[in-house]
Write a protein that binds this ligand. Structure first.
Ligand code: NOJ
Length: 691
């Protein structure tokens, strides 16, 4: 392949030749939509933002927040490139979070597949469609460890376990960027939100967090480290603060931790208008100070606050910011452009016809279908599923005829053409759709609205609505089996609804192929195999509740007092992390020999199925208190009826290493209790030595 990249020397010569204004311009991201009618004529939002045509010409990047065709996108890139004094093309960035035009299930559902191959496929397909549509960089993966279902953004994360976030995040990075982001079918990847955003107090978006350094090192940083190790190109500081210093200007976090300790060499971009928060907090008096604080702390690019664009050049010329600081940040931007091959080829595709032929091709849709099948979690089944051939079926509820089953962060997909459940089930000749009164079985498709998941969708009441509960009650009184197909972007509190359901399939937001995937599961063409990526609470008052909480001073003992418990609620969740049923059953027989844990897994039922064998650990002794139970490893196993397979895991001390408040490693020693099973409630039964 011909080398389309500049040499290091060429890149440094370019930097040396650039003016201060040009270098500051490279650190600004502006909206692509504002440039669509010709970059020399600021209209609409651009005029409101008071950006001059000269500033637009110098901008290092554009962000797209809605569907854009390849030709229009290419035109913006070419116009800015032509006007930039050194003809440096802008980076085009977009949120390709769970697919681009073909939507995959939401990332929380991808976590529930416990299948890194699925996460990698999602990254690969999103990159393929995104790149052919003109995007260079995606703001994904999001690897915030999430423990509070009130927070709407849990849907963007692979789940509550640091290991699950790390493995799935790294797989998404690999799938998105491959080995060479200049390839026509790849995007650069961005790990976000660095760091601790998932700990937003009371589940409110943009709320403060208070996370100790020990928790940072042990819980919140590992998924980011996994993404860095997988070659992630960009990192986005979170809207929150560490040690009361906003991440976007937290020098310790960005320089010492991210670049120093974690070895990140790529570009750091702020979140949307995030530098502005320094003024809301009173940390900075004006946007000039904002720019000074952010550049000094290690932020490279400013997304949409224009602090750098309006003030940074002056700060450098006045000697308040060192030109070498500006140079270092600018070089990160130029390096990313170079890795993408933009200096030789600013646009990867400028043909709408090519875009159309790639987006939504059968191979991508097949991958989206398989992801949806593997992500649905069967939470309850008293025998109502799968449906029997010839059954008279009522398909009702708020989501029966709903196209919007794609989930939040759907920018390019066409919601209206997404198949609904009624369209999918209506085409299945094995069943007849009838009214609830005439039915043998009732499918109640219900849950959250797509737009009520994602950013700025915090809920104080993560339940089914009163109207949805009323509908469930009414259907239940008909005395027929009720199967709930639950759409959600977070674990809802289902304690009141559950007794009225004969079966409950949690389908999350399953994406473009969701309706057909759900039908395949409900009809028994496919077998449910997803396992909960977050704990489902029994009561909201239990939140945060997660499998890996730290051990309690007085551990819980059933029916005891003065122990860790509620006096008015069970200690346990409704469904533990890792839980998920199948149409078959499995027996897991585990044993240990030294550090090797083996499990004989047998399909004890009548149909083929997959289960996820999970290994949890807890050190018997350690200087720091440790999680009550920590996910250490897992393996998805697919077995025919009666088939038995032996799998094994090596449990090594690095899996249980902890870090103290200074970030120093506390190595695992002594014995480790091990639990092996199909969810996190499985008791400890084995012991392995750590040395
Ligand atoms: C704000 C969100 O926090 C972030 O995740 C996203 O990538 C940016 N907006 C860009 O849309």
């Amino acid at each position: 392949m011909k080398n389309i990249k500049l040499t290091r020397q060429e890149l440094l010569s370019l930097l040396a030749d650039m003016s201060i204004e040009e270098k500051a311009g490279q650190l600004a991201q502006i909206p692509i939509s504002a440039c669509m009618e010709g970059v020399t004529e600021p209209t609409g939002p651009m005029a409101e933002m008071n950006l001059t045509p000269a500033q637009i010409a110098l901008s290092g990047s554009v962000i797209a927040v809605r569907k854009i065709e390849a030709e229009a996108c290419a035109q913006v890139v070419r116009e800015i490139t032509a006007m930039q004094p050194h003809h440096i093309p802008p980076l085009v960035m977009k949120d390709v979070i769970h697919g681009h035009q073909t939507m995959f299930p939401i990332p929380l559902a991808i976590g529930a597949t416990f299948d890194e191959g699925v996460a990698e496929d999602m990254g690969r397909c999103g990159a393929l469609e995104g790149a052919v549509s003109g995007t260079h960089v995606t703001f994904a993966p999001m690897v915030d460890v999430v423990r509070d279902p009130r927070w709407g953004r849990v849907m963007e994360s692979p789940g509550e376990s640091p290991l699950l976030c790390a493995k799935m995040g790294a797989a998404m990075v690999r799938g998105t960027r491959g080995n060479d982001i200049s390839a026509p079918d790849r995007l650069a990847a961005c790990a976000k939100h660095f760091v601790g955003y998932g700990a937003s107090q009371a589940g409110q978006d943009y709320a403060p967090i208070d996370v100790s350094r020990t928790e940072l090192y042990n819980t919140y940083l590992p998924p980011f480290q996994a993404c860095v190790d997988a070659g992630v190109d960009m990192v986005m500081p979170a809207f929150v603060s560490i040690d009361r210093i906003p991440c976007v200007c937290n020098e310790w976090l960005l320089k010492d931790v991210l670049r120093g300790r974690m070895g990140f060499k790529g570009m750091i971009i702020s979140d949307w208008d995030d530098p502005h928060q320094l003024m809301y907090h009173g940390v900075a008096a004006d946007m000039r100070e904002v720019s000074k604080l952010c550049i000094g702390s290690g932020l490279d690019m400013d997304m949409m606050s224009f602090a750098h664009l309006n003030h940074l050049a002056d700060l450098v010329r006045e000697g308040i910011v060192d030109e070498s600081t500006l140079d270092a940040a600018c070089l990160h931007v130029l390096e990313l452009k170079n890795e993408l091959g933009l200096f030789h080829q600013p646009v990867k595709n400028d043909s709408n016809a090519c875009q159309e032929s790639v987006c939504g091709n059968p191979e991508i849709r097949k991958a989206a279908f398989e992801a949806a099948v593997k992500s649905c979690v069967l939470l309850k089944n008293d025998g109502a599923l799968p449906l029997k051939k010839g059954a008279k079926v009522a398909l009702v509820g708020s989501h029966a005829n709903e196209h919007a089953i794609l989930g939040g962060w759907t920018l390019d997909a066409d919601t209206e053409s997404t198949r609904t459940l009624l369209e999918s089930f209506g085409a299945d000749e094995r069943i007849t759709l009838v009214s609830p009164e005439e039915a043998d079985v009732i499918l109640l498709a219900t849950g959250e609205k797509q737009q009520d998941t994602g950013e700025d969708t915090s809920k104080a009441h993560p339940y089914l609505t009163a109207a949805q509960m009323e509908e469930l009650r009414r259907l239940h009184t008909l005395g027929k089996p009720v199967v709930m197909l639950l759409f959600c972007g977070r674990p809802l509190v289902l304690t009141d609804a559950l007794p009225m359901c004969d079966a409950l399939l949690n389908v999350w937001f399953p994406g473009s192929e969701g309706a057909d995937a759900i039908r395949a599961l409900v009809m028994g063409d496919e077998n449910p195999s997803g396992h909960a990526s977050m704990t489902f609470p029994r009561a909201l008052g239990q939140v945060p509740i997660h499998h890996d909480r730290l051990s309690a001073a007085r551990p819980h003992v059933e029916n005891a007092i003065y122990v860790n418990r509620y006096i008015d609620e069970s200690h346990y969740p409704l469904f533990p992390f890792g839980y998920g049923l199948s149409y078959t059953t499995f027996a897991v027989d585990a044993s240990a020999d030294g550090q090797t844990v083996s499990a004989k897994v047998t399909n004890t039922g009548a149909v083929r199925g997959d289960t996820v064998v999970q290994v949890y650990g807890r050190l018997q002794h350690s200087r720091l208190i440790r999680p009550e139970k920590q996910l250490l490893a897992w393996q998805r196993v697919s077995l025919a009826p009666g088939e038995c397979r032996e799998i094994s895991f090596r449990i090594t001390p690095d899996m249980l290493r902890m870090y103290d408040a200074q970030g120093a490693a506390v190595e695992a020693e002594g014995l480790c209790d091990i639990a092996v099973g199909e969810d996190s409630a499985v008791p400890f039964s084995l012991t392995v030595p750590m040395n």
